[in-house]
Design a protein around this ligand. Structure first.
Ligand code: ZN
Length: 251
């Protein structure tokens, strides 16, 4: 059986002397294992599509439950990412999130488009790495069923100038209802401005094609970056080693 799908390589290991085992994120098939024979040979037709983070049209044959690449046509190689250790570490972090949250034989169109757009922003747009990371973290949570309730205070539905974002509960509270709920500011109850709430709404709810089309001040990034890291770790129930590595190489 032959299938045709787009795919991005998120991991690869050697298969014998000349081939690779790839982990590929496909919008149609989720996360799948693909074997590429002879990819390391000179002039291999599938050499470009076997590069880490390359995005390609792939023709895959399914044999005894395994996918084999029989043809490919690269769309983007995102070459810029592989030349920059900080961007590379971020792409590895996004990949670890995907490995943990996406399984095989499911559609994964939303996370695929988010990942492809994020790699594009890192590779081609010279966007602030922290900005791309924030958008990936919050939007992937939203698309994977961990959307925070951002309409306003969870009690009175108002959006005040200053609000608290409760990471564990995934809600907003106004200062008055923080008091009545006996919650206090801390690592899991972060004071945010109405502008930051607006930014979170845009990231989580806007059309995927415009998810990166907004600006954030450095001050907003200083607040929202640690918030998003805690949010994704709390709601996916996991600590990401690749996030530690990104922090280490970040200048
Ligand atoms: Zn309230």
């Amino acid at each position: 059986m032959m299938i045709h799908t787009d795919g991005i390589v998120i991991d690869r290991t050697e298969a014998g002397d000349t081939g690779f085992y790839l982990k590929v994120l496909s919008p149609d098939k989720g996360l799948i294992d693909v074997t590429v024979r002879g990819a390391k040979k000179q002039n291999s037709a599938n050499g470009a599509a076997s590069q880490l983070f390359a995005c390609s049209h792939m023709s895959l044959s399914l044999s005894k439950g395994r996918y084999y690449m029989s043809g490919s046509e690269p769309i983007r190689t995102f070459y810029g990412i592989r030349l920059d250790i900080e961007k590379l570490s971020l792409a590895a972090y996004f990949s670890e999130v995907i490995r943990h949250t996406v399984t095989g034989e499911q559609t994964a169109g939303d996370i695929y488009r988010l990942f492809a757009n994020s790699l594009y922003m890192l590779s081609e747009k010279e966007a602030d790495n922290r900005f791309v990371k924030l958008v990936f973290e919050m939007r992937s949570c939203a698309d994977l069923g961990m959307l925070p309730r951002l309409i306003g205070c969870d009690e009175c539905y108002k959006t005040e100038q200053k609000m608290y974002f409760l990471i564990d509960e995934g809600i907003l509270l106004c200062p008055r209802h923080m008091d009545t709920r006996h919650r206090y500011a801390g690592p899991y109850a972060v004071l945010v401005t109405s502008g930051m709430v607006e930014a979170l709404r845009h990231i989580c709810l806007s059309d995927m094609g415009s998810v990166f089309s907004f600006k954030l001040s450095d001050r907003a990034l200083d607040t929202l970056s640690p918030l998003a890291e805690r949010y994704i770790e709390y709601h996916t129930g996991r600590h990401y080693d690749t996030l530690d590595y990104y922090r280490k190489v970040r200048i």
